[in-house]
Design a protein around this ligand. Structure first.
Ligand code: SF4
Ligand code: SF4
Length: 70
């Protein structure tokens, strides 16, 4: 199981991490960062435990906003 940390102030809300996560662990949230982007977030509850630490989200992020911990 992995865990994901998203630097929301670096996120531009492009949604690539959401598209490429095979486990639906990340989603675009309702909050805005200081630049006015709807940022990515980790889903709540047990679904977050589905993270397999594959790091696709981090690799796809054009702004290097995601860190994956194994
Ligand atoms: S590490 Fe893999 S499973 Fe975990 S949130 Fe990122 S893309 Fe999804
Ligand atoms: S890929 Fe990066 S910039 Fe795009 S929504 Fe995900 S965390 Fe934000």
């Amino acid at each position: 199981m992995g865990s994901v940390l998203i630097d929301t102030e670096s996120c531009k809300g492009c949604g690539l991490c959401v598209s490429f996560c095979p486990k639906q662990v990340v989603r675009l949230g309702g909050g805005l960062n200081q630049l006015g982007y709807h940022t990515a977030e980790v889903v709540l509850g047990d679904a977050a435990k589905g993270c397999n630490a594959c790091a696709r989200c981090a690799l796809m992020c054009p702004d290097a906003a995601i860190t994956v911990y194994r």
